[in-house]
Write a protein that binds this ligand. Structure first.
Ligand SMILES: NC(=O)c1ccc[n+]([C@@H]2O[C@H](COP(=O)([O-])OP(=O)(O)OC[C@H]3O[C@@H](n4cnc5c(N)ncnc54)[C@H](OP(=O)(O)O)[C@@H]3O)[C@@H](O)[C@H]2O)c1
Length: 290
């Protein structure tokens, strides 16, 4: 059986739906609350409950629970690794961060988690996911486009993004094939593999301003802002302090030209062509409008 964590979330929900549509694999979802019927209770902050939650699970797909300070993420994912070992999980799949994010502060807890899982008594597959299209949109529109100017600290840099459904499709394939291989008495064909799942499109401030203008139906131009003024603006934005740290690091990487993908394993793992990033950005922009 496959267990997918975080199925109440955007990525986990898509993965669970995809696996549920397959006739030949059994899948169960995990949420922090659980209902004991359609979903098990899987809360990484409750380590004692995890071994029972992972009972009878062959393939555990761990959706990262990264919205927290690093030490909290270490504790969460460390608890998952220990519980998976205790419960006898045979293959663990972890949704990590792609190499285009290597210099960002969010990379550290992901790389730590990859190593922690790799040290377990199970085989692993690391899905190094690129950033979702809504990330630069959310970060760009922390400023305001109300006066026809999109002010954001992207400099002249660009950020590679990938559509969530493409990432979910790969996760479904890897989980299902791993489950089938184990059922046939073989190791997963994805054992000990690290896949870079990067998009083929990178967006800068001018690109986002252009998409924003198309969606809103009025001219919008991009104005790069400084990290100093952005830090001051974020301080009063209601974001958690750790989120401000990560946002500034991301901006800094974009300005430095370090946020663009150089290679991707996505096309050979997808059965279709990668979905349009621009369409997903337009959707995210439209969603932010209200
Ligand atoms: N690639 C990217 O651009 C990007 C951007 C942001 C985040 N991420 C990372 O990718 C993950 C998945 O993205 P997403 O879009 O699906 O995020 P999402 O919609 O916010 O969903 C996050 C999921 O993680 C679960 N979760 C949070 N804390 C947990 C805990 N202590 N124990 C167990 N589950 C927990 C949440 O459960 P509840 O619903 O119960 O809270 C939710 O189901 C995120 O959690 C984050 O680590 C990636």
């Amino acid at each position: 059986m496959i267990l997918v964590t975080g199925v109440s979330g955007g990525l986990g929900g898509l993965v669970f739906k995809g696996l549920s549509e397959l006739d030949d694999v059994r899948v169960v979802g995990g949420t922090r609350t659980g209902d004991g019927v359609s979903a098990r209770r899987v809360d990484f902050d409750a380590p004692q409950s995890l071994p029972a939650a992972f009972e009878d699970v062959d393939v555990l797909l761990v959706v990262s629970a990264g919205y927290a300070e690093d030490d909290v993420v270490f504790a969460r994912h460390g608890a998952v690794a220990d519980a998976a070992a205790e419960a006898g999980v045979r293959h663990l799949i972890y949704t990590s961060l792609a190499s285009s994010g290597e210099s960002m502060t969010i990379a550290l807890p992901h790389r730590w988690s990859e190593e922690r899982f790799a040290a377990g008594p199970f085989t692993t597959t690391i899905l190094r996911n690129g950033l979702y299209p809504d990330v630069p949109v959310a970060l760009a529109t922390v400023g305001s486009a109300a006066d026809g100017v999109l002010a954001a600290p992207f400099g002249a840099g660009r950020l590679s993004v990938v559509v969530r459904q493409d990432l979910a499709d790969v996760a479904v394939r890897v989980a299902a094939e791993s489950e089938r291989d184990l059922a046939a008495g073989k190791p997963s064909r994805h054992a000990d593999r690290v896949y870079e799942l990067e998009g083929d499109t990178a967006l800068g401030g001018a690109d986002i301003a252009q998409i924003l203008a198309e969606v809103l139906g009025r001219p919008i131009s991009y104005r790069p802002t400084s990290l100093t003024e952005t830090r001051a603006a974020l301080a009063g934005s209601g974001l958690e302090p750790y989120q401000i740290t990560h946002a500034l690091s991301l901006y800094s990487n974009v300005i430095a030209g370090r946020a663009e993908a150089t290679r991707s394993d996505l096309p050979p793992l997808l059965e279709t062509a990668p979905r349009s990033v621009r369409a997903a950005v337009a959707e995210a922009v439209a969603g932010n409008r209200g």
